[in-house]
Design a protein around this ligand. Structure first.
Ligand SMILES: [Zn+2]
Length: 407
């Protein structure tokens, strides 16, 4: 099976300027990506029918998708590869061929037994040796990545990274007891969420206040942390510079933070000390939550400015974080944080694929030899990032797996 897309505008996922090209698919691969002319105005491509813009299939670097419904929704929004950052089960959960994105699966998150929640996506470990044994089990079970979690001490994180790398696996850290800087220096291959909550990134003079606020139990730690952060402070710069120098990519899941902060559900209202039944929240509370979210956006912008690789992840399927649509929303939020539309698209294509699969990743960019994972759009997301929602067709490994119903 051979198919040619002629004269389309390509956004190739590398961050290179959009251009007009001929893209040829054979079996599951791209066999030709040839420039056929200048784009001039991207807007020029509008007005015809059907697909005008072609991008690589999107990568959601943080999707806990484990149901047929979630897999189908991801494909319908152009997501052709996900990393499940902590599988709730003892084996990787992958969709039937053609029924969902390619799943790069991390095992259940390994956490300090003293602090670990008793849920299927968490794997408790009492000490560094237990972390090593958990890594070995996850490798044997066929997991592609190892996930290290909140409560692990630097010694346990070091043991986990060493064991994982020895077995040829990459490590994602959702670290809190160990700082992001320490994690990066120990060799972690990725970090996640925009709010690390470790006191080290706060100005020294505010750390006691942070501990005191957390001790009250009123409000979640991430809210206190954001309220005490100095985005342009030396502490943020120090961490960002280590992450940038060590090329540790960050999937920031802003959409999940936005959902938690701004679209507060009853449980969240309870956490911040509001009557869960009293709606809407008082204006001063809304202002406080908005300000905290703006600080998170500014932090991501500062990390990006200092050279940290930001990649797109959603943390779906949390409340108000639906599969697929939330990744499109994440791109909008990355633009609000200071990435250009081009950079936001790269964060969900080329940069994400390299972060998950290494520099020789076979996807995330449009080039001959890459997997034919494509999203076809009828408007350019370079004009307006929300146009990533204008999907007309999704191609996974050369097969059309979703197309917009014709009127
Ligand atoms: Zn998550």
């Amino acid at each position: 099976m051979r198919r040619a897309l002629d004269g389309v505008i390509i956004i190739d996922g590398s961050g290179a300027p959009a251009r007009r090209a001929r893209v040829v698919i054979e079996a599951d691969r791209l066999v030709e990506v040839v420039e056929v002319g200048e784009v001039g105005e991207v807007g020029e491509a509008r007005g015809g029918e059907g697909a005008l813009v072609v991008m690589p299939g999107l990568v959601d670097a943080h999707a806990h998708a484990e149901s047929d419904e979630a897999f189908a929704a991801l494909l319908a929004h152009g997501v052709t590869t996900i990393r499940n950052p902590a599988t709730a089960g003892e084996r990787p959960l992958r969709p039937a061929p053609g029924r969902g994105p390619d799943v790069i699966a991390a095992g259940p998150a390994i956490d300090h037994a003293a602090r670990a929640a008793d849920i299927a996506s968490i794997c408790p470990a009492a000490d560094a040796d237990a972390v090593r044994r958990a890594v070995a089990r996850h490798v044997d079970a066929g997991f592609d990545w190892i996930k290290l979690y909140n409560g692990l001490t630097p010694e346990m994180v070091a043991a986990g990274i060493e064991a994982a790398h020895h077995a040829g696996r990459r490590v994602l850290g959702d670290l809190v007891a160990t700082s992001w800087r320490e994690g990066a220096e120990l060799g972690v291959d990725g970090l996640c969420h925009a709010v690390p909550r470790h006191a080290e990134m706060l100005p020294a003079a505010r750390r006691a206040d942070y501990a005191a606020r957390c001790a009250t139990g009123k409000g979640p730690a991430y809210l206190h942390w954001l309220e005490l952060l100095e985005v342009r402070g030396d502490e943020v710069a120090r961490t960002a510079d280590v992450l940038a120098a060590r090329a540790v990519p960050l999937d920031v899941t802003l959409v999940a933070l936005e959902a938690a902060l701004l679209h507060a559900d009853a449980r969240y209202r309870q956490q911040v000390g509001l009557d869960p039944l009293a709606a809407p929240a008082p204006a001063h509370v809304i202002d406080r939550l908005r300000a905290a979210f703006d600080t998170a956006l500014a932090l991501v912008g500062e990390m990006h400015r200092r050279g940290v690789t930001i990649i797109a992840g959603s943390d779906t399927p949390r409340h108000l974080v639906p599969p697929g649509a939330s990744l499109q929303r994440e791109l909008r939020l990355l633009c609000r944080a200071g990435l250009s539309a081009h950079e936001a698209i790269a964060a969900a294509t080329g940069a994400a694929a390299r972060a998950l699969l290494g520099d020789d990743a076979d996807r995330g960019v449009l080039r001959a030899g890459a997997r034919a994972d494509l999203v076809l759009l009828d408007k350019s997301p370079l004009d307006d990032i929300d146009n990533v929602g204008r999907v007309t067709e999704v191609i996974l490994a050369g097969q059309t797996v979703w197309s917009r119903p014709r009127r």
